[in-house]
Design a binder for this molecule. Sequence first.
Ligand code: NAD
Length: 443
Amino acid sequence: MYETLAMYIDGQWCQGSEGRTEDVLNPATGASLGRLPHASRSDLDRALEAARKGFKVWRSTNAYERAKVMRKAADLIRQRQEHISQILTLEEGKVIAEARLEVGTTADIIEWMAEEGRRAYGRIIPGRAPNVRQMAIKEPIGACAAFTPWNFPGITPARKVAGAIAAGCSLIIKASEETPGTCIAIVRAFHDAGLPAGVLNLVFGMPNDISTYLIGSPTIRKISFTGSIPVGKHLAKMAADGMKKATMELGGHSPVIVFDDVDPVKVADMAAAGKYRNAGQVCIAPTRFFVHESNYKKFAERFTEIAKGMKLGNGLEASSQMGPLANARRIGAMENFVGDAKAKGAKIAAGGERHGNEGYFFRPTVLTDVPPDAKVLNDEPFGPVAPIMPFKTFDEVIERANALPFGLAAYAFTNSTKTATAVANEIESGRSEEHTSELQSRL
Ligand code: NAD
């Protein structure tokens, strides 16, 4: 049922030339799903050469032809949706319903980018002299390198692959070694759709060795990374050294403001569903819950009831409402957040500990009376922990919501257009158009 683990270089599936491999683990059981090959330097050199040649071919393929291949790949992913969803749940742990949604979105993203590629319009800019016309034309930048994490193994690689390919670039992607199968299945769909050799290449290995080598290569003209802030800064510095463009999607710590004019029970239902999606391992997950004091008790009680009632289990079982965390590191991180908050005076209203002794399950957790210096209110939790705090006034809650340097997403619940507009004006959030519209649609 799981994918055949391989790299993809110059249109060929291959193992690493030096034979190095690592285990890919099922987070629901801790058992190995297979051995993943690692790229050697010579494999990376082959991928770079393939991307260099692939770029020449692809940049001279017109946008209509590029879009045709991409739409075909999207259709193949839709045809294979159930199979790919099972691979995704096996390696990442999320419940199968979420995996199906992600794989469907993966196909949609590829199709959408294919269409956008045909609309890469230029501009005519008025010239200074009467017989001068100035033109701006969008051109593909060249061979790119992308690095993706484990929490959305379908949509994150899809954004990077489809964005680059729609624009006429070639790409070497290093997907997460912890969730490689879904990206392999996506690359397989592009291969089967007839993408020319070298345009897309997939490698695995020790993350820092691969990124250092690829970013340092003159072949690579742009990089893209999704993951944690420290790694993002490290890669951005390497890109700056080579004067290369970099796109980064890093951490968040999204505030959720619940005003006094909403039904706290209904909002708790929505907020808890958002919090425990993918066991909280979502960059735009709601994470700091500020509830008006008049709604605080009812909201916290309902949220706690939902957390306590959630059925944890293997994501492949239809009855499971939340799967395991994606890896053992997240268990340690959750124990650390909860222990620190407790030591500083927070109360554990639900969960707070590991569930069972097989796989990486952590109970949906609710913390109340959390002091402002608790780690969980300052570092991105990236897990199923919900700290809930009361507030009194609009100005106070805006100040607390804006207190952190992250601004990836923010959520507010009110029935007043006046309050919604005021929050939209005051909150420091929205890294991209997508996240801004997320904020607005939640207001
Ligand atoms: P991490 O930063 O070590 O790894 C994140 C991803 O980056 C992994 O897939 C890893 O393989 C890759 N990576 C790590 N070092 C790299 C390097 N030098 N070059 C290229 N790729 C590299 O962290 P982690 O333990 O996997 O996750 C911890 C934190 O990362 C989470 O708490 C969360 O804050 C953040 N994170 C964010 C996102 C997101 O969508 N923004 C996704 C995953 C993790």
